[in-house]
Design a protein around this ligand. Structure first.
Ligand code: NAP
Length: 320
């Protein structure tokens, strides 16, 4: 069984009343645990989800327990830039101040597909949707400073079932090469990490801290394109647990740490890993923070290039 790094309890009992957080993919898995914990600590949480009925169900289930804060469900489809813009507009009309953005939603190893705007589905959803959302919310995060942006990446940014994590600037959308669901996931998760890294540099002096995290191998709906959920949740569950699979509450610990620990601002842009399946032994047990073993994740030039390419793809003018 996996040894789980746990966020110090004093951080999980600190009073967050008066603080506003946006959590994408808050209806399920790690996002659900994140919304629940922040609301328990008294925060106002905006639960962003593409299926509002599922968001409302998640909210009702959280509010059935002991909660000091509030939860608002709001529709956001990261695979449609128009939806991202609409969500951000609605949020900003109501809130000029945000204290935390948790870019948590994600899809993994999907069949080949495109977002509404024509981008490869995983790169478009996991990275470009969050990239635009972040850019649009930065003014409110600046108003809320000290504030944080946490990108939920993955250890698969390094290697996903043998496919190396790299940003293929020549063919981001798998238009020239054959589509591979794991390769696309690795690219999108490396993009999450590089995005956080570059933002830290760009946002120096604003009071906004950024981080990327690997939550561990977590029992959630993420695996649905690779294995039937019933198998993961029933027959295979004990075996997968022995092999290292952890529960969503455990998987949310790296997010909590990146969001709440006073140690993180001094390490803005770093990668915090719950556990890892890595190419080097040294990195195998995870760490808060942990240097990625993937040289592509350490490349400042790629991070900068990804920023400017993403900006163009989502239709943003250069502003900062
Ligand atoms: N589970 C793991 O082992 C693991 C390991 C490493 C990294 N991660 C990362 O952890 C994050 C959370 O995943 P999870 O494990 O908690 O999986 P999950 O239970 O499947 O949650 C994913 C969330 O993302 C949402 N989502 C998917 N497509 C979206 C879109 N187009 N617009 C808005 N929301 C969308 C899902 O909404 P629906 O409910 O509507 O589908 C769901 O709320 C992901 O970024 C994933 O890459 C997970």
């Amino acid at each position: 069984m996996a040894k789980v790094l746990m966020c110090p309890p004093e951080l999980l009992s600190q009073d967050l009343s008066g603080r506003t957080y946006v959590v994408t993919g808050g209806n399920s898995g790690i996002g659900f645990e994140t919304v629940q914990q922040l609301a328990r600590q008294g925060a106002r949480v905006i639960l962003a989800c593409r299926r509002v009925t599922e968001g409302e169900k998640a909210k009702a289930s959280i509010l059935a327990g002991r909660v000091l804060g509030t939860i608002e469900v709001s529709e956001l489809d990261l695979a449609r830039l128009e939806s991202v813009r609409g969500f951000a507009k609605k949020i900003l009309e109501a809130d000029k101040i945000i204290h935390g953005l948790i870019n948590n939603a994600g899809i993994m190893n999907t069949p080949e597909g495109k977002t509404r705007d024509g981008f490869e589905l995983q790169f478009g959803t996991n990275h470009l949707g969050h990239f635009l959302l972040t850019e649009l919310l930065i003014p409110a995060l600046k108003n809320g400073a000290p504030s944080r942006i946490v990108n939920v990446s993955s250890c698969f940014h390094d290697k996903a079932l043998g496919r190396e994590g790299r940003i293929d600037f020549q063919d981001l959308n798998f238009e020239r090469k054959k589509y591979d669901g794991w390769e696309a996931y690795a690219q999108s998760k490396l993009a999450n990490l590089l995005h956080a890294k570059h933002l830290a540099k760009r946002l120096q002096g604003t009071g906004i801290t950024t981080a990327s995290v690997h939550p561990g191998w977590v029992r959630s709906n993420l695996i649905k394109f690779s294995m039937p959920l019933w198998m993961q949740n029933t027959v295979l569950r004990p075996i997968l647990k022995l092999a290292g699979m952890i529960e969503p509450w455990e998987g949310a610990q790296s997010t909590f740490f990146a969001l709440l620990s006073p140690e993180v601002p001094a390490q803005s842009g770093a990668y915090f890993s719950q556990i890892g399946i890595y190419r080097t032994k040294k990195a195998g047990s995870g760490g808060w923070p942990l240097q990625s073993p993937n040289p592509n994740a350490l490349d400042e030039g790629s991070a900068e290039r990804l920023d400017s390419v993403s900006r163009k793809l989502v239709g943003l003018e250069m502003t900062s």
